[in-house]
Design a protein around this ligand. Structure first.
Ligand SMILES: Nc1ncnc2c1ncn2[C@@H]1O[C@H](COP(=O)(O)OP(=O)(O)OP(=O)(O)O)[C@@H](O)[C@H]1O
Length: 415
């Protein structure tokens, strides 16, 4: 028996809303200073993938394991492993001809993954052919080839990812508000450039956005209770968008089908199994920007199903607009309930064994409406435009990039 029986869904939604409203009225119901934001750095025991291949992949020799003796493509001396993903292992290497450091992605030995390497290189070529300085917002592809049965792609070496920064792995202080503005602007500009070429990135998330440089300055101050404290602050927040391997060039009316992206950044129409357009990236950008502000993930990484994810989206950003929900119901009945307020039907009525849902219900209870957490009025407006639950109401990125949230920023160039 679960220690806390699951609350009926409607009851906990009502409770949550009441708690959120109480929080808002406590702070005067208005907007606090932008720099007063809650910070919650997740512990290093996060369940995300480490930079070394898991043993299951190693034993089958499916994944490349970095060895200091390896020279890839006859010129890149392997120095260290830096990343591991669904598609490949990423290593840091030194170009023996130029002496520069590079990052090399070695795709897992799997015939199905071969097209991934080609897509990544082809998409980057399209960006280059567009002759736009915004190509600098993407990690430069320097070459590619085969090494010991692994497809390799050679990239410029970027610094740590925004995931590392938020987790505290990078040794940096959490990003100051000024850097969040700059990062959001670059991210929106970069993805808008992709969209202008009819390409959807489809996998925007913290792990796929790296800092181009990691130049820092040391800050030292006296804390009366703990003595001298020291932390490093980024000098410049210049980003590099990674992983064009799952980018898709949209044809015709620009509509596509199928499951894409990572749960936690996935737009609701994708989770509902509906056709989607390139503005799925806008939703993912909205998640990234919110996470940078909150200093933590928007969604619990333990979420088990698309339906639970939709219920979490409902708690965070809901309610879903009624016209959208009714249109979905006509096509795929059973997703929504209409009882004064539109709610995601989770768990489905008549679901067996309520205790099976106890963990999920507790996870859902912890989700607070985003509007109660974001105390910067301009930022909340920007996020609302990006995270609109009805995709047809989601603002295009060429509009979002002109949002007043960016007015404080000196325009950046990427020449
Ligand atoms: N150019 C680069 N410079 C520095 N680090 C990089 C670079 N490219 C990738 N990485 C690191 O390697 C990790 C995995 O890379 P990437 O996302 O391209 O692989 P993937 O197999 O497609 O992963 P995913 O599971 O996200 O689809 C990144 O999160 C990042 O930490």
């Amino acid at each position: 028996m679960p220690t806390h029986p699951p609350l009926p869904r409607r009851q906990y939604i009502a409770e949550q809303r009441a708690r959120a409203l109480a929080a808002l009225s406590f702070s005067g119901g208005t907007l606090g200073p932008a720099n007063k934001r809650p910070r919650q750095i997740l512990p290093p025991s996060s369940p995300r993938l480490p930079s070394n291949p898991p043993s299951s992949d190693r034993s089958s020799e499916r994944a490349y394991i970095a060895r200091a003796t390896d020279v890839i493509l006859g010129r890149y001396q392997v120095k260290a492993g830096i990343g591991f993903g669904t598609y490949g292992t990423v290593v840091r290497a030194e170009d023996k001809i130029t002496g520069t450091a590079v990052a090399i992605k070695l795709l897992h030995r799997d015939e199905d993954l071969a097209p991934h390497a080609l897509v990544e290189q082809r998409m980057y070529e399209k960006l280059l052919a567009g002759c736009n300085p915004r190509v600098r917002l993407f990690a430069q592809v320097l070459g590619g080839g085969m090494y010991d049965g692994f497809h390799c792609i050679v990239f410029e070496l970027c610094s740590c990812t925004l995931f590392d920064v938020l987790q505290g792995y990078s040794g940096l202080v959490p990003l100051p508000a000024r850097h969040i503005v700059e990062i959001a602007y670059q991210l929106i500009s970069g993805v808008e450039y992709l969209h202008s070429l009819n390409i959807a990135h489809t996998d925007i998330k913290l792990d796929n956005i790296a800092l181009r440089q990691h130049d820092t300055v040391k800050l030292r101050w006296l804390d009366p209770s703990t003595g001298f404290q020291e932390q490093r602050v980024l000098v410049k927040a210049q980003i590099c968008i990674l992983d064009l391997g799952t980018a898709i060039e949209l044809q015709g009316r620009g509509v596509a089908h199928g499951l894409i992206g990572a749960r936690g950044y996935r737009a609701p129409e994708v989770a509902l199994g509906l056709p989607w357009t390139m503005n799925v990236d806008n939703f993912s950008i909205g998640c990234v920007v919110s996470e940078l502000y909150l200093g933590r993930s928007l969604f619990d990484c333990e979420i088990e199903s698309e339906r639970e994810y939709l219920a979490a989206i409902d708690n965070l950003l809901g309610p879903f607009p009624e016209d959208f929900a009714r249109a979905v119901e006509r096509k795929y009945p059973g997703n929504f309930e209409f009882d004064g307020r539109v709610t995601v039907n989770y768990p489905a009525p008549g679901a067996q064994a309520e205790e099976e849902y106890a963990d999920a219900m507790r996870r859902l209870e912890r989700v607070q409406p985003l509007a109660a957490l974001v105390h910067d009025h301009n930022l909340m407006d920007l996020i609302r435009q990006l995270l609109s639950l009805n995709p047809t109401n989601r603002s295009a990125l060429d509009v979002v990039v002109k949002h007043k949230f960016f007015d404080t920023m000196t325009r950046l160039t990427w020449k």
